[in-house]
Design a protein around this ligand. Structure first.
Ligand code: 3PG
Length: 391
């Protein structure tokens, strides 16, 4: 983007790594195109600046060297063409050379099918770097992977730079965590503590309130000595959950434990739902959502927050009877004057379900990449660009 503004791009060959890894149904139809839409500004800027533009992405997790029809970016090329208002030719077997003229754009077929992409083979990276004058990484969603098109090519390209989406995502998330308007409230929910333990530990050092939900909350309830019946939990992680609670308390911060929950006797959409106080959960109960008192308490805290980071629904929101907690959280975030950041597949689905897209400060296109930033990690694809910029 800076390069475009500086007028350095006209007539140059620009290789853009985007994350166009979008969900598709069995027939190959794209079911959700946020990532394609988010990639458009970078491509448009390069085209407007007169570059010869090559764009690539991975799609799924194909076997290297074995291209199958379902690995093809063809549906993505069609959708990108609609969004750009021009045809986007799809180029197969592009590593040895690409024919594209200034002012035109082509999409290079699924880069993960190329041998050496996943393990970042320098021979492949050098060939790809030779295709372009300028390499631009705009793939935030893949920035946690050090692969040929996200890392190696950035080492060898004449010029390597971050695209506007990658820059904006890193900037929004790091600013929210490094210099937040307080109180900083994080919601970390989902089925398992184990998958989010590093995030919980990292956030326990930064946030003023750490709201846990879903199966994660069950483990924390257990750690607080509450009964959880036959709810999903990880008893071997009780000590870790206690350590997170202690770390928060030592800083004068809190992990609110649900005061009431919505229970059922079976995990099913039509299972009768019963609200219970947290200390009254029976042995054959399954906790499937936070209760209305808890939801109201948390909503009040979210309305007072300065910054909110949201990852994960607090209940089984796919089932209407157990969706009220997640709906209340979503609505409280929408109403809150706080700057909010949300990311992760389930969270995005909840945001769409409750129609609060325009009320969230920043919605990340990253899944794993978003989680790794919350863990406090530096994303390799960003690290190499920073290194190139300072060299
Ligand atoms: C994602 O969907 O999270 C990114 O596109 C990365 O995909 P990957 O997990 O297959 O590397």
């Amino acid at each position: 983007s800076d390069l475009c503004a500086q007028g350095k791009v006209a007539g140059q060959r620009v290789f853009i790594r985007a994350d166009l890894n979008v969900p598709q149904d069995d027939t190959g139809r794209i079911t959700e195109d946020t990532r394609i839409r988010a990639s458009v500004p970078c491509i448009q800027q390069a085209l407007a600046a007169g570059a010869a533009v090559m764009v690539t992405s991975h799609l799924g997790r194909p076997t290297e060297g074995e291209f199958k029809p379902e690995d093809s970016l063809a549906p993505v090329a069609a959708r990108l063409g609609e969004l750009l208002g021009r045809e986007v030719p799809l180029v197969a077997n592009w590593v040895e050379g690409v024919d594209v003229k200034p002012g035109n754009v082509v999409l290079l077929e699924n880069c993960r099918v190329n041998k050496g992409e996943k393990k970042n083979d320098p021979a492949l990276a050098k060939k790809m770097a030779a295709l372009c004058d300028i390499y631009v990484n705009d793939a935030f969603g893949t920035a946690h992977r050090a692969e040929g098109t996200t890392y190696g090519i950035a080492e060898y390209a004449k010029v390597a730079s971050a695209g506007p989406l990658l820059a904006a995502e890193i900037d929004a998330i790091t600013r929210a965590l490094a210099t937040p308007k307080r109180p900083l409230v994080a919601i970390v929910a989902g089925s398992k503590v184990s998958t989010k333990l590093t995030i919980l530990k990292s956030l326990a050092e930064k946030v003023d309130q750490l709201i846990v939900g879903g199966g994660i909350a069950n483990t924390f309830m257990l750690a607080a000595g509450l009964p959880i019946g036959k709810s999903l939990a990880e008893p071997d992680l009780l000590d870790q959950a206690k350590a997170v609670i202690d770390a928060m308390r030592a800083r004068g911060a809190a992990v609110p434990i649900p005061v009431d929950v919505v229970t059922a006797k079976a995990f099913a959409a039509d299972a009768p739902a019963t609200v219970k106080a947290s200390n009254e959960v029976a042995e054959d109960d399954l906790i499937l959502d936070i209760g209305p008192k808890t939801a109201a308490q948390l909503a009040a805290q979210l309305r007072e927050a300065g910054t909110i980071v949201w990852n994960g629904p607090v209940g089984v929101f796919e089932f209407d009877a157990f969706a009220n907690g997640t709906k209340a959280i979503a609505e409280a975030i929408a109403d809150s004057p706080a700057f909010s950041i949300a990311g992760g597949g389930d969270t995005l689905a909840a945001i769409a379900k409750y129609g609060i897209e325009s009320k969230v400060g920043y919605i990340s296109t990253g899944g794993g990449a978003f989680l790794e930033i919350l863990e406090g990690k530096t994303l390799p694809a960003f690290e190499i660009l920073t290194r190139r910029a300072s060299a």
